[in-house]
Design a protein around this ligand. Structure first.
Ligand SMILES: Cc1cc2nc3c(=O)[nH]c(=O)nc-3n(C[C@H](O)[C@H](O)[C@H](O)COP(=O)(O)OP(=O)(O)OC[C@H]3O[C@@H](n4cnc5c(N)ncnc54)[C@H](O)[C@@H]3O)c2cc1C
Length: 414
């Protein structure tokens, strides 16, 4: 927005005003209100982004979440926005690059704070480090500004981090990190301001196909008749089969995320060190994610069979938080006085080939599936493309590799 030179507003007020106008215009449906009614099942970051983008297309949206908003994978996530070497093959890498572009768009549309400071990654084994060097060459060939950098540069970027004996680490300056709960709430608030209805503590239990072509969702708060419904139910293993007649082979794995109390700034970038991932948010909270997973004991395995998202007691949560904090202290010794505030268990919604499942169900064409890992990196682009497919019938060709009816090959990644 251009501010006229003759105005009496200070530059700061003018910038604030321009931001407020940009926000308000992003919360106005870009299209005339349509008659279509779409239910979005699942109030994590994927369902929230799809609801926002559908509302922008003028669709009448009802989002239904069985718990509170953002209590599952989208809370127990490390929330690193990236298109790094692990995003294979090239089409999936390119899709994640679109994810980063999408975040820059929604960041300005909805004023979502994203910390774009890049990431630093290295391994302890020489063989793995050599492989990383090749992977960074591939990243460069695929358009990433990634590079291997030596100890002097590493120290100047992160003076509080000990990089050990490695002589270089991978620097990916395009990466960012976000507070996923805040981002989900921002999507939801914007969707609501455009007329979306949000129902929490309400579960969709079954779906009936009606003769007039619509679908009737049976929910714990009564029946709802819609034209389409989106299954953004994360790692819930039964939902796709139960609600859309599609089997999505998933290999959900748990991860533990520890969140500290606010602390003075210790690190600037996302640190992907051997055994632990670390970043520090703008509010000072440090986010710690384990890489190896909890120790494989019989007691752990038995507990995990029931896919808990909470620890059996506060003491267990504390112990896991301290376990991860101690790994992080090897790399950032000043973290010894960091206090852990919360520890979460997140279950990755992970189709067995490691790629997203996005698109209509062949068995039930009113159903649209959106189930994926890297859902934080992908939320804005998935929301945008899914909304265009559902609301306007515009097929997004870059989703063709991720359709629910593909044949799934097992690829072990996480
Ligand atoms: C430990 C961990 C680390 C991760 N790190 C990263 C990372 O660094 N970067 C990245 O991009 N991604 C990361 N991910 C993946 C990312 O967090 C997920 O892909 C993303 O959060 C998925 O969002 P979602 O909305 O699909 O799922 P969820 O957040 O799980 O939301 C699904 C919702 O559906 C609801 N639901 C289920 N069934 C029903 C029903 N029948 N009726 C109503 N509601 C229902 C659930 O209650 C839930 O709230 C990580 C995940 C984990 C677990």
């Amino acid at each position: 927005m251009d501010i006229p030179a003759s105005t009496n507003l200070s530059r700061r007020t003018a910038i604030k005003l321009a931001a407020a106008i940009a926000f308000l215009s992003s919360c106005t449906p870009t299209k005339k209100q349509s008659d279509k009614h779409v239910a979005v099942i699942g109030g994590g970051i994927i369902g929230a982004s799809i609801a926002y983008h559908l509302a922008k297309e003028g669709v009448h949206v009802t989002l239904i979440e069985k718990d509170d908003l953002c209590t599952q994978a989208s809370r127990g996530t490390f929330a690193w926005i990236n298109a790094t070497w692990a995003k294979q093959p090239r089409h999936y890498h390119a899709f994640n690059q679109n994810g980063l572009t999408g975040w820059r768009r929604v960041q300005s549309e909805l004023e979502i704070p994203v910390r774009w400071q890049g990431s630093l990654e290295w391994f302890s084994s020489v063989d793995r480090q050599n492989k990383l060097i090749n992977q960074i060459d591939e990243q460069i060939a695929w358009g990433e500004p990634a590079q291997m950098i030596g100890q002097d540069k590493l120290k100047s970027l992160e003076p509080n981090v000990i990089f050990g004996t490695v002589d270089q680490a991978a620097y990916s300056p395009n990466d960012g990190a976000v507070d996923p709960v805040l981002a989900t709430i921002k999507f939801i608030e914007a969707a609501k301001s455009m007329g979306a209805v949000i129902k929490t503590n309400c579960s969709v239990d079954s779906v009936k196909q009606l003769k007039n072509g619509q679908s009737e969702l049976s929910t714990t708060a009564g029946d709802l008749v819609v034209d389409h419904y989106v299954i953004a139910t994360g790692a819930n293993p039964e939902a796709p089969q139960h609600l859309a007649g599609v089997t999505i082979p998933q290999r959900s794995t748990p991860g533990v995320i520890a969140l500290s109390k606010p602390h003075k700034r210790l690190i600037n970038r996302i640190i992907v060190a051997p055994g632990v991932h670390i970043h520090q948010r703008d509010d000072g909270r440090i986010v710690l994610g384990e890489q190896a997973g909890a120790p494989q004991t019989q007691a752990h395995n038995e507990r995990l069979m029931h896919r808990p998202n909470q620890f059996p007691s506060e003491e267990y949560a504390r112990q896991h938080g301290q376990r991860i904090l101690h790994i992080a202290e090897q790399f950032v010794p000043q973290m010894s006085n960091v206090e852990i505030e919360n520890v979460y268990i997140g279950w990755r919604p992970l189709p067995i080939d490691g790629h997203p499942v996005i698109g209509r169900s062949q068995a039930q064409p009113n159903a649209y599936l959106a189930i994926m890992h890297s859902g934080v990196s992908l939320a804005p682009i998935v929301g945008e493309l899914a909304a265009k497919e559902i609301a306007l019938g515009i097929e997004a060709k870059n989703l063709n590799k991720y359709r629910p009816d593909r044949s799934f090959k097992t690829i072990k990644r996480y």
